[in-house]
Design a protein around this ligand. Sequence first.
Ligand code: SF4
Length: 343
Amino acid sequence: MSQNFLQTIEKHLPITDVLAGDKLNTAQLSAEIKKLLTEKNAAIVAHYYTDPSIQKLAEETGGFIGDSLEMARFGAESPAKTLIVAGVRFMGETSKILSPQKTVLMPDLHAECSLDLGCEPAEFKKFCNANPGRIVVVYANTSAEVKAMADWVVTSSIAVDLIKHLTERGEKIIWAPDRYLGDYITRQSGGDVILWDACCIVHAEFDATKIIALQKLHPDAKLLVHPESKAEVIALADVVGSTSQLLRAAQQSQAKKFIVATETGIFYKMQQACPDKEFIAAATEPFGGQINCEASCPWMKMNNLENLLDALKTGSNEIILADEIVKKALIPLTRMLEFRKKN
Ligand code: SF4
């Protein structure tokens, strides 16, 4: 991964302990949020990687917990007039694109994603122009502007199927931004795919050597791996899949113990769905030797009950997108939703 990418990420990492205040007063904050959700006809749409206090509140208030695609779909179908998207910015943007008539708020607009940060729109445009005649497929973890340049948007749950489908049609492909996921889908599909060079700094930290050592300590554990991880980690997996697919695998498996190579926020739902099973975080090594997330996304953890309440109370941190971008980005997103329905 380039030095530029590493510097961009370091510049955007949150520096404060944003959860500290949240832990002090969970019950009171939750009660206030519940009241305001009803008053404002609002719903919490939370990602699996957010703090358990937020996931719990989403469940208790008829909101939603899921991956980015499921979040956006829930938002579009929900009768709520306001969506509080607890996740990272591209998730708020996707919700806005699919529900332009709704108010979309976020607890913190600075909650970013290394994949989105690593795919700057002007640079990506140059890359596409330098590789003409290829179908442009971008991961959901991109800005609305990058989505607006794409032919297709995909999530990890359908990426392999879509690239296989396009390859069978004889298409050559540009894939962005996650090079590890791109590498995985290229190997799975046998397609002609050119990869953009960015990664998720959380999943890129999972370390094959350390995981093998962990497997020796827990020989009865199955290894669940998200495909944003490196190829050598994926090669060790019993199951490779999106966050929702890994959650389902944990529920359906006969095994009682799992080593999990994805963000540890998912443990809340895994433990809730499988109270008799044990989940162990896969071992990590600092990304680029410098950034140490330990399987916890620093931007997802910027969401807390305090800033969620604040956004709801004041209407701040609203996602605003230009109509032109919404119109263009809606095309590849709609293709994705239709492909998903058929496959
Ligand atoms: S876990 Fe990785 S892909 Fe997900 S939001 Fe954080 S940086 Fe982005």
